[in-house]
Write a protein that binds this ligand. Structure first.
Ligand SMILES: [Fe+2]
Length: 411
């Protein structure tokens, strides 16, 4: 009896280990935007450790069958990792990344990844044409829990409603337990080919860190810009996408920036000052996990406001997109008695973990117990914002307009 139970236990551990193990076939294929925005894209994927090399093949999207003579090839940077979490079986994997460069605006491309024997399917992406004035992107608050069973609804509904989305942006807490490979397996299963067709951007949340250490999956499986302060590459960065400068501040670093004199806070404040003071982009959006103003009654991030809000107001940031509070809140506010400018602050949630939005003055619109995705459309002089529920219904909307260099809110 004991022997049977033992074998069952070993067998179930083996099966559980295999559910998220890498194989010789590429999986977890994901596109990330580069700092340059629209003329290059980064591709990352995973295999088992027996795969010796990785490369990406790509060409302009043909009308029919793929013609091999049109294919270009780029060799990936490959690194070997062992992911461990608690007493779960270790996951041994190779992570491959490469960048496709010199892409033409307005064109569609197909690509596949592999090692010469095993390949992914041919996948497709495109960038807007130079004379295409408007583009949309999707923004999600925390996915975090029930990633496969419930968060999948939201990312798939968002893709159905906005298939042309230029990229998808996550405001942190992509999973619940940093380093837990099984949760990353769920995250990738939820997004599947969407992640390999629409470039993804993410800023980390506190759940993407474990005791001040970033989840080792982050820099291995994503290829995000390295133009932030030293030590915060791929978590604090900016991209320029047409007339938008999008900035990620890593508010989860340094245990949620708990030391206001710590290097994580001080280096990002100095860096933000430089990147806000050095842009001609018409629209500026900042994303960071912790909300500047919290919907939840018991929460407040005064230190974040103290250090970053003066810069946001000085340089006229239009929109601040956050997560962390598992509810929805949207409004304008300032800690200054005489602010020159106020951005719109938004807090949202995409996964099913829920908190109650409290009774706070800063919120013009709030929501509890709703999973949401946001469609943000940017055009010269105009920014349109829509929040939609998990079943696709419009939940909130507003518009920003640039009038004589000033931003006006219409809602
Ligand atoms: Fe969080």
């Amino acid at each position: 009896m004991c022997l049977v139970a033992g074998l069952l236990c070993i067998g179930s551990n083996y099966l559980m280990a295999q559910s998220n193990a890498a194989s010789s076939s590429p999986d977890r294929i994901i596109l990330n935007l580069t700092a340059a925005g629209t003329n290059s894209v980064a591709v990352s994927w995973r295999t088992d450790t027996l795969v010796e090399k990785g490369f990406c093949e790509w060409q302009l999207s043909p009308q029919g069958p793929v013609a091999s003579e049109n294919t270009r090839q780029v060799v990936a940077n490959t690194q070997q990792l062992v992911y461990t979490y608690s007493n779960e079986p270790a996951i041994h994997a190779k992570q491959h990344s490469c960048t496709l460069k010199d892409l033409a605006p307005g064109k569609s491309y197909i690509y596949r990844v592999g090692d010469g024997t095993n390949y992914s399917e041919w996948l497709e992406f495109s960038f807007p044409a130079e004379d295409q004035e408007a583009f949309s992107f999707l923004y999600f608050g925390d996915p975090q829990t029930s990633l496969k069973s419930q968060w999948s609804r939201v990312v798939r509904k968002a893709y159905q409603q906005v298939p042309e989305s230029a990229f998808m942006l996550y405001a942190g807490d992509l999973i619940n337990r940093a380093g837990k490979d099984r949760e990353w397996q769920e995250w990738f299963e939820a997004g599947r080919f969407i992640f390999s067709s629409t470039p993804q951007l993410m800023t980390p949340g506190n759940h993407d860190y474990d005791d001040r250490t970033l989840d080792p999956h982050w820099r291995a499986q994503f290829e995000l810009p390295k133009n932030g302060p030293k030590g915060l590459e791929e978590t604090c960065f900016f991209i320029d996408y047409k007339n938008l400068r999008l900035i990620s501040i890593d508010s989860a670093a340094g245990d949620e920036l708990d030391d206001e004199n710590g290097w994580e806070m001080q280096s990002q404040v100095a860096w933000l000052d430089s990147v806000l003071g050095n842009t001609e982009s018409e629209w500026i959006i900042l994303t960071t996990h912790l909300p500047f103003y919290s919907p939840k009654a018991s929460r407040d991030n005064a230190s974040l406001r103290k250090h970053f809000q003066p810069l946001i107001e000085k340089y006229g940031v239009d929109l601040v997109l956050s997560g962390h509070d598992h509810s929805y809140g949207r409004g304008m506010a300032s800690d200054s008695s005489n602010p020159l400018h106020q951005p719109v602050y938004v807090v949202s949630v995409s996964g099913p973990k829920m908190y109650e939005a409290g009774d706070k003055d800063w919120m013009k619109r709030k929501g509890s117990k709703v999973q949401l995705f946001q469609k943000i459309t940017i055009a010269p002089g105009k920014l349109n914002f829509e929040a939609h529920t998990a079943n696709g219904e419009l939940f909130d909307h507003f518009q920003l307009r640039k009038v004589d260099g000033q931003t006006e809110l219409l809602d």
